[in-house]
Design a protein around this ligand. Sequence first.
Ligand code: SF4
Length: 312
Amino acid sequence: MGEIRTIGIPRGLMAYRSGVQWKAFFEGLGFSCVVSQKSSRETLERGMERAVDETCLPFKLYLGHIQELLGACDVVFVPRMGGYQAKEKLCTRYESLPDLVNNIFRDERPRLLTVSYDWNDRTDEEKVYMELGETLGKTRGEARKAYASARRRMEQWRRDKERRQKALLEREGIRVLAAGHPYVLHDPYMGGEISRLLARQGATVLFTDYVDREKALKRSYHFSRVMPWLINRELTGAVMLLKERVDGIVLLSAYPCGPDALVNDMLVRKVKEVPVLSLTLDAQSGAAGMETRIESFIDIIRYQKAGGYGKN
Ligand code: SF4
């Protein structure tokens, strides 16, 4: 690769799960990082100009983030992610991510920095970072040190989120668990809007990705032994762990998502303890029109907490 000083990180998809670690690793090796702005309607419009209609909303937004980074950095980081382990895979979109981006932006020919997380050859995480370091012209020792420190930073970040969430679980009042892929839950244009609406109704919002990942993953095997997708496993496992400690669950999906279409229906049927509101965000309307549904959902929870239907 030619000279690289700045690395662009699109604020979309798995950046919401691993972005802290990526950024810390690159910075630990002496590079500057440019992270694209938080998603907005403009990000989506830029992405929609590039994407085929049938693609999912998070991917359309991701393309908008890539577009924003063109010309703002020397390379854009777009990893290929098959999965972290033999058993749990990721949606096919991640397996083909660099190919999709290269193809969609073929006129601009952006320089991509890429690496493969591949369940097939049982790549472990350290190996992935060693390979990245080598591509960036660093020694194994430098890459190992940057990786160890980036991993510590990521773990600290996760522990902070888990600790804060544990404290929220003790709060009085209405507690709602937002269940979804991290990039759907926390992207300001998608789940961010839903969390705001819930908070406006007086609810404390908790998230499925701020739960101990390993525990959630283990617990997900009580839900299904065969479901292949890692992120759906983590979110269903978190629902199973927390369903008795919250007053309601908002199951948030972005249209059209293959894994969610299969998993969410089963999840709604299996969760009997608390009311579940299933919301699907699409590129046309985003979170518009969700307000009334959220208001009614909170009304139902209030009614149930006050004794509800069981009293009659
Ligand atoms: S898991 Fe669903 S929302 Fe995520 S990239 Fe795949 S299709 Fe899109």
